[in-house]
Every structure is written in structure tokens, then in C-alpha cells.
Design a protein around this ligand. Structure first.
Ligand code: B12
Length: 210
């Protein structure tokens, strides 16, 4: 059996992907690099979908393969849980977007590094995001966006943060495959990444590396 996880994800071979993840972990490979291999597979699936070679059914199946692989990785990613909270992070996939695989990974990694994570879920209305930010009082707010319609929802939420006078109370991060530095500027975020570990490093830095 080959151990190329990205190929198994692309070929929608769940059992092979799971076995390859287990085997790499047993060999002592870094869980983050195993995660990146899984993600590479999703990127290829996305390219095939865009090119019309894959349909929605394949997109959905690939997500299931990815989830099964990450379920094996999850306890390893969460291995270094800290007992002291470094601060609160509120996460959401904004209105119009239901992608959550990346957001869930960021949540796991942040928890693993000692942050208290409040995950609002997917397709979250801007008014709910603002209401929850008032209630939770997070040090960080993170948006996860995978489709372009989410850009306007995020901008709407930021405008509502400003109108409510709370925009400066937290650092605003945006992540997800379709985001770029231009998206960060468009919505008025403080930080942008397409790599969950960079997001965690940013929070750690701001939190003072406590
Ligand atoms: C899997 C998938 C799906 C699954 C999602 C399952 C799920 N539970 O999430 C399903 C099948 C449901 C789906 C549906 C659709 N999808 Co889709 N999907 C994908 C695919 C193949 C992979 C996305 C993914 O999960 N990647 C793996 C994760 C781990 O990567 P990630 O999200 O980028 O996250 C990483 C980082 O970005 C970062 N991160 C993520 N969020 C955050 C947040 C913070 C705060 C931080 C710090 C970091 C961070 O951490 C993660 C790990 O490093 C992409 C292709 C691609 N290239 O991304 C298309 C893609 C996103 N989908 C696309 C489309 C068009 C759709 C549909 C509209 C299709 C349709 N016709 O119905 C619907 C949208 C429904 C909706 N309203 O949201 C397009 C979007 C194009 C665009 N520019 O808008 C893409 C890019 C495919 C393509 N190339 O055309 N999809």
C-alpha cells in the first residue's frame, strides 16, 4: 500500500486514507505535516471540481474522507493541551458559507495551545456574530471563509462591530482557502492566513506567549 494520503483523498478512498494516517503516526511523523498532506488532497479535489472533472458528489465524499482522516489526527493535534487559558477565541464561518473543515482544525489547534474556543458554527448571521462577541468578550475573533460570498458577510459583521463600538476590543483574524491579504484589507481584519498553525502562532504572539 502506498502512503500518499493526498492521493487517497483525491481518489475518495476513505479506508486507505485512514490506514495511511495511522501508519504515518505510528512511524512518528509530525501530525501537522500529515494534516497538510490531507489538505493537499482537498486542494486537488477543488481544482478538479473547478475544472468540471469532479461534481458535488465527489466534493462531499472527499469531505467525508478528510473528516475520517482528521478524526484519527485530532487527539494527536490536541496533544499539548495547556491548563491555563491564554484567552478567548470566537470562531465562525459567516453567512452564506457552510465549509467548516478548516475552522474545526483551527479550533482543535487553538484549544491544544491553551485558548478557550467558542465556535459559533457555520452560516452565521452578522447580527449573531456581533451579539455573541458582546456576550463572550473574546480577545480574538476568527472568520473562516471558503467561498467568495462570505467576504461581504464578513464585511457586514465588521461594519456592525464598528457601529456597536466594539471593533477595537479584539483582534480579528480571517482564514480559509479563498482568503488573501486583499480580503483582509477589504473586510478590515488584523490578520489573514491559509495555514491554521500560523493563526495559532499569531494568537500566541499577541497573547504574549504566556
Ligand atoms: C470540501 C469542500 C466542500 C464540502 C464542505 C464540507 C465541510 N464540512 O466543510 C461541501 C461538499 C459541502 C462543499 C460545498 C460547496 N462548495 Co466547496 N469545497 C470544498 C473543498 C474541496 C475543500 C475545502 C476544505 O475543506 N479544505 C481543507 C481545509 C482544511 O482547508 P481550509 O478550509 O483552507 O483551512 C485551512 C486554512 O485555510 C486555515 N483556516 C481555515 N479557516 C480559518 C480561520 C482562521 C481564523 C484561521 C486562523 C485559519 C483558518 O486552517 C486550515 C488548516 O490549515 C474546496 C476546494 C479548496 N481548494 O479549498 C471547495 C470550494 C471551497 N467549494 C467551492 C464551491 C463553489 C462550493 C459550493 C458552492 C458548490 C455547490 N455548487 O453547491 C458549495 C457551497 C455551499 C456553501 N454555501 O458554503 C469553491 C469556492 C469557489 C469560490 N471562490 O467561491 C471551492 C474553492 C472549489 C472550487 N475550486 O471551485 N464544498
Amino acid at each position: 500500500m502506498s502512503d500518499d494520503i493526498s492521493t487517497y483523498v483525491v481518489e475518495l478512498k476513505r479506508d486507505d486514507a485512514v490506514e495511511a494516517v495511522k501508519s504515518k503516526l505510528e512511524k512518528g511523523e509530525d501530525p501537522i505535516s500529515v494534516l497538510n498532506e490531507c489538505r493537499k488532497g482537498m486542494t486537488i479535489v477543488g481544482e478538479r471540481f473547478q475544472a468540471g472533472d469532479y461534481y458535488l458528489a465527489e466534493l462531499m465524499l472527499s469531505a467525508e474522507v478528510f473528516k475520517s482522516a482528521v478524526a484519527i489526527l485530532d487527539p494527536h493535534l490536541a496533544g499539548v493541551r495547556s491548563s491555563q487559558s491564554l484567552g478567548k477565541v470566537m470562531l465562525a464561518t459567516p453567512k452564506g458559507d457552510i465549509h467548516d473543515l478548516g475552522k474545526n482544525i483551527v479550533a482543535t489547534l487553538l484549544k491544544a495551545h491553551g485558548f478557550e474556543v467558542h465556535d459559533l458554527g457555520v452560516d452565521v448571521l452578522p447580527e449573531v456574530i456581533v451579539e455573541k462577541a458582546r456576550e463572550i468578550e473574546p480577545e480574538f475573533v476568527g472568520f473562516s471563509a471558503l467561498i467568495t460570498v462570505a467576504f461581504d458577510s464578513m464585511k457586514e459583521a465588521v461594519t456592525m462591530f464598528e457601529e456597536a463600538g466594539i471593533r477595537n476590543r479584539f483582534k480579528l483574524m480571517v482564514g480559509g482557502g479563498v482568503t488573501t491579504p486583499e480580503v483582509k484589507d477589504y473586510i478590515g481584519a488584523d490578520f489573514q492566513t491559509v495555514d491554521a498553525t500560523e493563526g495559532v502562532a499569531y494568537c500566541m504572539k499577541i497573547a504574549g506567549g504566556k
